[in-house]
Structures are given as structure tokens and as C-alpha cells.
Design a protein around this ligand. Structure first.
Ligand SMILES: NC(=O)c1ccc[n+]([C@@H]2O[C@H](COP(=O)([O-])OP(=O)(O)OC[C@H]3O[C@@H](n4cnc5c(N)ncnc54)[C@H](O)[C@@H]3O)[C@@H](O)[C@H]2O)c1
Ligand SMILES: C[C@@H](O)[C@H](N)C(=O)O
Length: 363
């Protein structure tokens, strides 16, 4: 038999490992399903599920969330096999957002309280495969909404500059304005913004949405968007000293360094409910053209050369997007501040990629 002291220790350890305590109450029915709002009480750590976690943004966000809430409180998921370093660094599971039953099982079995919904088909790939974009970005999103409502989750869904169109004010684009995007990706993001806001009013869903600019990262590759050139250009500059750009040299778009994007997401996720006047906010950092970016890179790598071979699909998409986002509400309501402008972005990206390449070739 276990001695009393050992039993007490085991009980205390068990209490320390208990999943977050949740208040469960029944609310009205969504889609005929009885819903349970289980919001975590103050002081409890959330249990977070990230969908589409193996894309450009998920692994970086998981790393920051794990630092804050603990390794085992953040589960990455995707339909692809993770690379070894991701698999070894914390919980990873298969989850196809189109499989409602499996998604629900994951949420229930892991006592999920926050859902970060990153699965998506981005702008350029979406235009080449509208059926897939419709399925993943709209049908998949419906599954997320219903499961989040049914289980009282806080749900974060990124929107994008893509949710704006040629008739939107462009420089800067306010939070509230005409939205008539010309891509299936953009249409699906407007749908997500509106459905999330509707579910918030109708069922009390804690829906949170940020319109991200194009995101630039050194360690992860972009997944088929129109702003991808702004990541690829850095790798080409370091590797070969030349780059063929698929957008016109004067195409000005809003962009953000990944660290700012991740910090914004974490701060917004943790913002108190009563601070949020809106459910969807613009966040802005910098805007530049391929020509501006080339000049800034040439300050460090003076021999770097860029040529242009414009992709008409991507160019038409970029021409319909904002040049800058107006984000004063995010700054006022929950304290958003960006840290990286163009010079810091270029220094940081070149340093990371050069160091990464040196380390890789040393092994
Ligand atoms: N990266 C950017 O510049 C940017 C800008 C604005 C908004 N966003 C938004 O942020 C989110 C994350 O973007 P990202 O750049 O990491 O995207 P990404 O394209 O790099 O990754 C998307 C991930 O979704 C996964 N996925 C596809 N179908 C799925 C399915 N049926 N079930 C589960 N997962 C599936 C893919 O395997 C992929 O890993 C997306 O919603 C995107 O719209 C990104
Ligand atoms: C802007 C963003 O949504 C994505 N990087 C795209 O270009 O599609």
C-alpha cells in the first residue's frame, strides 16, 4: 500500500496537472445542437488548438503560446506530416477541418478552450482551385464555428487585406468600409468576418478576428499567396544574388514581420472581452513596393539584382488590395503597436537567413 505522504504528494501533483476549471452553462441552440458555453475561469491556462498549424504562421505562434501557457497546453494540427523538429517540440495531431466528427472529438478529448483557426487556401492557389478554396475556407470554417459555439470556445480567425477589393478605400483602408473582393479567398474571408460577428451577437461566441497584412518570415515558407515574393526575395538575395519578381516594381502593399504578427495575435487573444469594441480589427505595420524592398536589400547586398516577370493573376489580385490599413481602433482598444519598419525588417531577415544557411552548411 502507498504511504500517506506519498498519496498526498500524488494527489497534489494530480491537482496541479488538472485541466483548466471551466464554468459550464447551457445556452440557446445553434443549428439544432444544444450548446455549452464553457469559458475558462480567471487564472486558468487555456488549452489551445491550432488548425493548419504547419503553414507559414502556425509553428511560430505555437512556440510563443507554449512559452506563455506551457508546452502541453498548445496542440498543433494539420493534414500534413510534421517535420521532425516540429513533432519533437510539442503535441501534434492530424486534424482535417472538413471532418466535423474528428474535430469535435479532438476538442472534447483535449478539453480545448481556445481555437486558433489557421487552415486556409490562400489567394493565388485559391484562384487556381476555386472548389478547394470554397471547401476549406467556407465549409471548413462552418465546422469551426459550430464546434466553437457548441463547446464555448474562444475562436481566433485571421482575415486579411484580401477581404478588401477595388472599390474599397485603399490608402488607408478603414476597419469599416465597402468590401467587394475579387478572389474566392477574399470572399471567404469576408464571409468569415460576418459569420463570426453574427455568431457573436446571436449565440455569444467569443469570436476574434484580425486583418493581417502580408506576413514576412525567415524560418517558414509562404503557402501560395500574392505577397509570397516578399519572403522569396530575401532567400534569393542571400543564395544567388538575383531574383525574378512576379509583381510589378511599383506594387505597394501592406506587410508585417512575423514577430509583430504573432505578438498581435497573442495580445488580441488575451485582451479582456470588455476592451473589444469590435470583433474584427485591422492591424498595420509598413507598406512597400518590390522596388523599395530591393533598394533596402541593396544597402546591405549592393550587387543584388531584381528582374520582373509579372504574373497577371497575382498582379490583378495585388492591384485590387489596399496600400495600407488604418488601425487606430486596434491601437486604442487593446494597445496594438508594431515594432518592425522596412529597415529593421530587412536587417532581421538577412541576418536570420544568413545565420540559418551557415548553421545548415556546418552540419
Ligand atoms: N501568411 C500571410 O501572409 C497571411 C496574411 C493574411 C492572413 N493570413 C491567414 O493566416 C492563416 C495562416 O496562414 P498561413 O500563411 O500559415 O497559411 P499556409 O497556406 O501557409 O498554411 C495553411 C495550412 O492549412 C492546411 N490545410 C489545408 N487544408 C486543410 C484541411 N482541410 N484541414 C486542416 N488543415 C488544412 C495546410 O496543410 C497548411 O499547412 C490563414 O487563415 C491565412 O488566410 C495569412
Ligand atoms: C495577404 C495574405 O492573405 C496572403 N499572404 C496572400 O497573399 O494571399
Amino acid at each position: 500500500m502507498m504511504p500517506v505522504v506519498q498519496l498526498l504528494r500524488a494527489a497534489l501533483k494530480h491537482a496541479g496537472n488538472r485541466p483548466p476549471r471551466c464554468v459550464v452553462q447551457t445556452t440557446s441552440a445553434a443549428h439544432g445542437v444544444r450548446t455549452h458555453a464553457s469559458s475558462c475561469t480567471d487564472g486558468d491556462k487555456p488549452k489551445v488548438l491550432i488548425t493548419g498549424g504547419l503553414g507559414q504562421l502556425g509553428v511560430g505562434l505555437a512556440k510563443s503560446l507554449r512559452r506563455r501557457f506551457g508546452k502541453f497546453n498548445v496542440i498543433l494540427s494539420d493534414i500534413r506530416k510534421p517535420p521532425n523538429h516540429v513533432y519533437k517540440n510539442g503535441p501534434f495531431i492530424f486534424s482535417d477541418i472538413l471532418d466535423y466528427k474528428n474535430l469535435r472529438q479532438i476538442v472534447v478529448n483535449n478539453n480545448i478552450s481556445w481555437l486558433v483557426h489557421y487552415s486556409a487556401v490562400l489567394s493565388a492557389v485559391g484562384e487556381h482551385n476555386v472548389a478547394l478554396a470554397k471547401e476549406v475556407n467556407i465549409t471548413g470554417f462552418h465546422n469551426i464555428l459550430d464546434i466553437a459555439t457548441e463547446h464555448g470556445l474562444r475562436v481566433f480567425v485571421p482575415s486579411t487585406i484580401s477581404a478588401l477589393g477595388p472599390s474599397s478605400p485603399k490608402d488607408p483602408t478603414p476597419d469599416l468600409c465597402v468590401q467587394r473582393p475579387r478572389t474566392i479567398y477574399g470572399v471567404s474571408k469576408v464571409h468569415a468576418e460576418l459569420m463570426g460577428e453574427y455568431y457573436h451577437q446571436r449565440y455569444g461566441l467569443d469570436f476574434r478576428c484580425l486583418r493581417y497584412p502580408g506576413i514576412i518570415s525567415a524560418d517558414s515558407q509562404p503557402g501560395g499567396g500574392t505577397t509570397d515574393y516578399a519572403v522569396q526575395i530575401f532567400h534569393a538575395a542571400v543564395k544567388s544574388g538575383q531574383f525574378e519578381c512576379n509583381l510589378r516594381s511599383d506594387t505597394r502593399l501592406p506587410m508585417m514581420y512575423i514577430d509583430d504578427c504573432i505578438r498581435a495575435t497573442m495580445e488580441f487573444l488575451e485582451a479582456p472581452e470588455d476592451a473589444l469594441v469590435s470583433r474584427t480589427y485591422n492591424i498595420n505595420a509598413m507598406s512597400f513596393t518590390p522596388q523599395d524592398l530591393t533598394r533596402e536589400i541593396q544597402k546591405v547586398l549592393s550587387d543584388f539584382k531584381v528582374t520582373y516577370n509579372v504574373d497577371p493573376v497575382r498582379q490583378a489580385i495585388a492591384d485590387s488590395w489596399p496600400k495600407a490599413l488604418e488601425d487606430s481602433a486596434a491601437r486604442q482598444d487593446w494597445g496594438w503597436r508594431h515594432e518592425y519598419n522596412l529597415p529593421e525588417l530587412v536587417q532581421t531577415m538577412l541576418t536570420h537567413i544568413t545565420l540559418g544557411n551557415k548553421l545548415a552548411s556546418a552540419f
